[in-house]
Design a protein around this ligand. Sequence first.
Ligand code: SDX
Length: 423
Amino acid sequence: MAETITIIDDRTGKQVTVPITGGVFPSSALRQLDPKLRVYDPAFLSTAACKSSITYLDGDAGILRYRGYPIEQLAEKSTFLEVAYLLLNGELPTDAQLEKWSYDVIHHTMIHENMRKRFVDGFHYDAHPMGMFTSAIAALGTFYPDAKDIHTKESLDKQTLRLIAKSPTIAAMCYRFSMGLPFVSPNNSLDYSANFLNMMFRIGDDHRVNPVLAKAMDLLFILHADHEQNCGTTAMRVVASSNADPYSAAAAASSALYGPLHGGANEAVVHMLSEIGSIDNVPTFIADVKAGKGRLMGFGHRVYKNYDPRAKIIKKAAYDVFEVTGKNPLLDIALKLEEAALKDDYFVQRKLYPNVDFYSGLIYQALGFPVEMFTVLFAIPRMTGWLAHYAELLRDDDQKISRPMQWYTGVDARDYVPLNKRK
Ligand code: SDX
């Protein structure tokens, strides 16, 4: 059977038949019927704004694959830098490629002293780290005259390397500033995630990063690296479409991620669990959510109508971390909430399951991060996904500057009313 769709405009009797490829049909079909006809699709619920070969999701089956590799296998067998290489280049690296990639990243982790000494000092003592991180990412581009040279592959690769390498350094700088602690410079003898934990928590020369915690951090980075056309990545692509530099685009993506309905949810989950306070209060909280008095943060997803595969992996990893750090007391409340929600019709009917943010905060807290740092921890690995999509958009001949149309619902033309004539 031909994979086509026929659309008939009943106002004119005109009809058009177009192919359906990969589950999509071209919106040009509508313009053939009526050049002024538009699809009204707020929040893009049924719109494929681009082609992409980076990440594949099947929301009903709870499947997530980076460049075809199941997230479960990458989580078990890979490292964040190897996954970053895969997302950016489309293939797993050879031994030599991984060695060069790792060397290049580790040797680009330093940031300009003006950022460490002057830029960050401009913030108020209690500035939110995510606001600082987002600002610093935008500012980072001003240190590189070649930041805007995005159509030369070598230059764009250099900006990509800088952003991936320096995001942990900037994140740690924001944290140390907010704690009134001296900055810790990158240590090139440590791997990506251990280096980040060292820059975050090093106090004194005898500080050692626990390898179990560094591995947990690396796993969380893998799980947060990309997620196709989420809100933050859409922001990245829209800004990339105007050919703004990747630092400015990443700052826009980071701003979108900051929202509590998106990457800010991991911070909101821990606030929610702390407010619930005890497993005895779970039934009342669930009843309040069902009465519309707020959301069960960390639950629900635009795409996943099944368990988020990342949430399953994170929940398991939590136990490994708690072996070292001691159990996070909020875990019991989270488990009780999940148990209650998964058997309650309100959530089952709406296909609301734990998402990536439901358990991640419990691990971050056990690793010693303050709640305000949680979304920054999401942004660090997602920087790679954002940059992979930035480059893919620039290479896509179907793409041009993003400029959606609208459904105008305002008033018709009217004449100006002088001030003394207005009611
Ligand atoms: C991330 O897109 C991505 O890929 C994002 C992400 C990534 O990796 O980039 O996966 C990361 O952002 C995960 C999501 C983190 N956000 C939260 O945990 C916040 C809580 N969740 C929701 O606000 C909500 O589920 C969203 C924002 C995640 C999805 O919202 P949708 O798809 O727009 O769904 P909706 O708001 O239209 O809700 C559908 C129904 C509504 O009920 P009715 O109006 O039909 O009666 O479900 C209800 C909602 O009220 N609902 C919830 C709920 N989420 C949806 N009710 C209670 N608790 C919730 N968490």
